[in-house]
Design a protein around this ligand. Sequence first.
Ligand code: UGA
Length: 444
Amino acid sequence: MKERYSICVVGAGHVGLVAAVCFAELGNNVLCVDNDKKRIEDLTKTILPFFEPELEELLKKNVKKKLRFSHNLAEAIKKSDVIFVAVGTPPYEDGSADLTSIENVARLVAKNLNGYKLIVSKSTVPVHTGNKIKETILRYRNNHTNFDVASNPEFLREGKAIYDFFYPDRIVIGTDSSKAENILKSIYSSIKAPIIVTDINTAELIKHASNSFLATKISFINAVSKICDLAGADISKVALAMGLDKRIGKDFLNAGIGYGGFCFPKDLEAFVWLSKKLGYDFELLKEVKRINEQQKSNFVNKIKDSMWIIKSKRIAVLGLSFKPDTDDMRFAPSVDIVNSFIKEGAILNLYDPESIKEAKKIFSSKGKSSLVKKGQQVKFCKDIYSAVKDCDCVCFLTEWKQFRKIDFKKVKKLMRIPFVADGRNMFDKVKLEALGYSYIGIGR
Ligand code: UGA
């Protein structure tokens, strides 16, 4: 029979909370711990700290049964056999990751080692972190109780996190202990996916290499989109034909205004930093980052070329989160693009299905990082049609599903000038031009 474990998940962020809810759904007893007391109180009442499809339903189903929340990590460690560490590893200025929270957890585990425990790192961390966790526990433990350390990097995407947990492309287990390997294999036994078992260093590197490769694919297609613009070719067809070659694959070949979010930009920086520390200058990844930055200014410049003067023009910006199905605006391309419009003196109508609350923190004149000048109008709109009213341009920055159903005849009547700037190549250029729109996309 399949063994059930008492699992502690440390960190109720995107990775930790999704893992905790899903481990409970798999039948394990789970304690999810976070030092943010308000977050823990909210979660106990099934109030989510962020938007993630399907998460609320699974939380409601499991909370107070298989899943409990706490802010007392020491107690949670004592009660658990397996401790998944999914705390934040925010970036320092130089790109390296701040691993303070991970070290704190390791020390607390050491002090509360009341029986064999398996400590599993799920956070994205630089290679050698697992070994440091092991050293820290050995240094701080006050008895000789056994423990193991493993790395089990998480590959889930925001917006598709629940699906990715239950249907992953692979599960990576990095450990030098066969006991740890068997426990993790048992926890994941009902999930059908290839399991790669390796040493801890290799597992940690797999995660950084995967994210960096995906970012490279995006920057490659974005660089080709620039050539398409210059040559008068269509990037959508180029990507389609390239992607049909199985060695290339069709995913992550959508040209656009670049990648954002809290993973790719941060992980790329961290990988460049780590490589340098190990003695390799990862020039390729620096270029990937440069192309990504350029993509945003290229898009703004195209709009400027078309509108000539942006000052006092009304621009609707639709889609502010870094991608669809999330309210996350961390490192979203929209932040730099909207800020460029603000600097140019545009009047802005902003709309997003989920991230307006976040957008208000960033762009409203009272926001900490806001560039909005006194008297400059930035409106946060309730729907697409109120956002486009009287606009000289409508910009699409995130490919939310609801945007694909837009009634462009109605939009044309509402806009002052029918001009679509499509930052995600969502729409049919020919159809929009036939309706009387001017259209600019990326590489087409
Ligand atoms: C990414 C990885 O895809 C996950 O496997 C990984 O677990 C996660 O980072 C992480 O390290 O935690 P995520 O950041 O949620 O997941 O989002 P993605 O779906 O990968 O998209 C990242 C960015 O790339 C978005 O801004 C998206 O718009 C952009 N993108 C993606 C493109 O511009 N073109 C594409 O073809 C695909």
